[in-house]
Design a protein. Structure first.
Length: 131
């Protein structure tokens, strides 16, 4: 794929993820993909796995963050690789019986994608800062 096609797929993946589009993982990722999410200090221990792990993480994200906004602040493509710098903002699901407004979580991340056969074969997520 060309640099433009890879960048287009990266944007499509983000758009579908934010919209919680049914089947977005299978539409954007190779069946033999590898996903690595590095630990976020004080929040997650990190995760690693294939497409099943990524599907489960996508379902969990949709449950925890019914509203997701991702802004790409920088994107660079080089052959079969794309690097993105993003600002993630997720509004958490409101707890039943609680009169407080839903919490918002913000995170700056670097995401490195590798493409194969027109799909993402590898993704590594690096948290940069959490607020």
């Amino acid at each position: 794929m060309s640099d433009k096609e890879n960048i287009d797929l990266a944007y499509k993946m983000i758009e579908m993820h934010c919209a919680h589009t049914q089947g977005w993982v299978d539409a954007c990722y190779h069946p033999k993909c590898e996903w690595i999410e590095l630990a976020i200090s004080g929040q997650t221990k990190g995760r690693r796995g294939g497409i099943d792990t990524l599907r489960a993480a996508a379902m969990e994200a949709a449950r925890i963050f019914p509203s997701i906004k991702i802004v790409v602040s920088n994107i660079v493509s080089d052959g079969d690789r794309v690097a993105l710098e993003i600002d993630f903002e997720g509004t958490m699901a409101k707890k039943e019986g609680v009169n407080k407004p839903a919490r918002t979580s913000a995170l700056k991340m670097a995401i490195f994608l590798t493409f194969q056969e027109g799909l993402i074969i590898r993704q590594v997520d690096y948290p940069v800062s959490v607020s």
